[in-house]
Design a binder for this molecule. Structure first.
Ligand SMILES: NC(=O)c1ccc[n+]([C@@H]2O[C@H](COP(=O)([O-])OP(=O)(O)OC[C@H]3O[C@@H](n4cnc5c(N)ncnc54)[C@H](OP(=O)(O)O)[C@@H]3O)[C@@H](O)[C@H]2O)c1
Length: 348
């Protein structure tokens, strides 16, 4: 399993770019560089802790020296996540996430600006996240840093277009990297992750090379008219509304007969029973006699007890207006059953 940074270096080097990368770990960096040399790629690297301002400055000095003061592409990939309830984030968590994910990318862009401008054809790509676009569980601070990256993308794009620098962001969805593995080591997080994956229209995690190919595209001359954009590369995760929320087994199971009671668990049949319920209520309430039943019905809805409902149903059948009440209750019962069944599915 490789990280997205690794895949991005390979993708750009395969296009013939000369790449300089960085890592906190000298041994790992040396191993990777040797690997890339063997593949014939032009890749060098520096040891750098991107949380440290002085390290970032040193890194960009090295880059400036190596590339004669000109740079075509800056990819701000570094990022880390802390998974917690919002009430549990400490001040240290908050600053670690904002420094690594937001401040470092912002500062590197400032440092790279004169080099990108000097090249006459500069491009910055931020690696954001789907979590910066939609609300996901247990990651409010991470999400805030990525949401901020999305906005910085738009501001810098407008500010630096005059300098022939394009600025875009790629927002990956769930991607198979060491970061994802670290997050899901905890059983509860793994369960949440599996449920999130079941909500992706293309129901799987992405691969790092499915992200790096979009990064490379944004750096190429073919993307010369694209700036200020945030591309979600997420299998459709961020455009999913209500439709794809069921476990994968249900999404892929054969369509069942519409008369089957099990159909109450699918979103379409749920909305069907709700529509029927609504129509019946309107029809019945337009009927003057039935205004009498408005109050008990409301009381039942408030108590939302199935036993009350059945008792009411039994007594109603004894009354003279039994046929209309029976229809009303049957429809109401179906709607409640559908709601209970469906809400059980979405809280899995
Ligand atoms: N994987 C996903 O599902 C996913 C989804 C959306 C967005 N993203 C974003 O994609 C980007 C890449 O993440 P990934 O999934 O490839 O994660 P990853 O496998 O954990 O890679 C992150 C890399 O950042 C490095 N790093 C962390 N802090 C650093 C620091 N202070 N200085 C220098 N390097 C540092 C790590 O190096 P060390 O090995 O030294 O720790 C690691 O190589 C991140 O911005 C992440 O937020 C990932």
């Amino acid at each position: 399993m490789v990280s997205q940074g690794y895949a991005i270096v390979e993708e750009l080097a395969e296009f013939g770019a000369t790449v300089h990368t960085c890592s906190r770990n000298q041994t790992e960096l040396n191993d990777r560089i040797k690997e890339w040399e063997n593949k014939g790629f032009k890749v060098s690297g520096s040891v750098c802790d991107l949380q440290v301002r002085a390290d970032r400055e040193k890194l960009m000095e090295t880059v400036s020296l190596m590339f004669d003061g000109k740079l075509n592409v800056l990819v701000n990939n570094v990022g880390t996540a802390i998974i917690k309830e919002s009430t549990e984030f400490t001040a240290e968590d908050f600053s670690a996430l904002t420094i690594t994910n937001l401040e470092s990318a912002y500062h590197l862009s400032q440092l790279a600006y004169p080099l990108l401008k000097a090249s006459g054809n500069g491009s910055i790509v931020f690696i954001s996240s789907a979590a910066g676009v939609i609300a996901l569980p247990l990651c409010s601070v991470y999400a805030a840093t990525k949401g901020a990256i999305n906005q910085v993308t738009k501001n810098l794009a407008c500010e630096w277009a005059k300098d022939d620098i394009r600025v875009n962001a790629v927002a990956p969805g769930i991607t198979r990297t060491p970061l994802k593995r670290a997050i899901t080591e905890d059983f509860k997080n793994n369960e949440i992750m599996n449920h999130l994956i079941s909500r992706i229209p293309i129901p799987r995690a992405g691969q790092p090379n499915e992200i790096s190919s979009v990064v490379a595209f944004l750096c190429l001359p073919t993307a010369s008219y694209i700036t200020g954009q945030v591309y979600c590369v997420d299998g459709g995760f961020t455009v999913n509304g209500f439709l794809f929320g069921l476990p994968i087994r249900d999404l892929h199971s054969p369509v069942q007969s519409s008369s089957s009671i099990r159909d109450l668990g699918s979103p379409s049949s749920f909305s069907f029973s709700l529509q029927v319920f609504t129509l019946q209520v309107f029809n019945l309430f337009n009927h003057r006699d039935l205004l009498l039943f408005n109050q008990p019905l409301q009381a039942l809805v408030q108590s939302s007890s199935i036993r009350d409902l059945l008792q009411f149903s039994a007594s109603a059948f004894k009354s003279s207006t039994s046929s209309i009440i029976a229809r009303l209750l049957l429809c109401f019962f179906l709607a409640v059953a559908g709601l209970l069944h469906y809400s059980r599915d979405i809280t899995l």
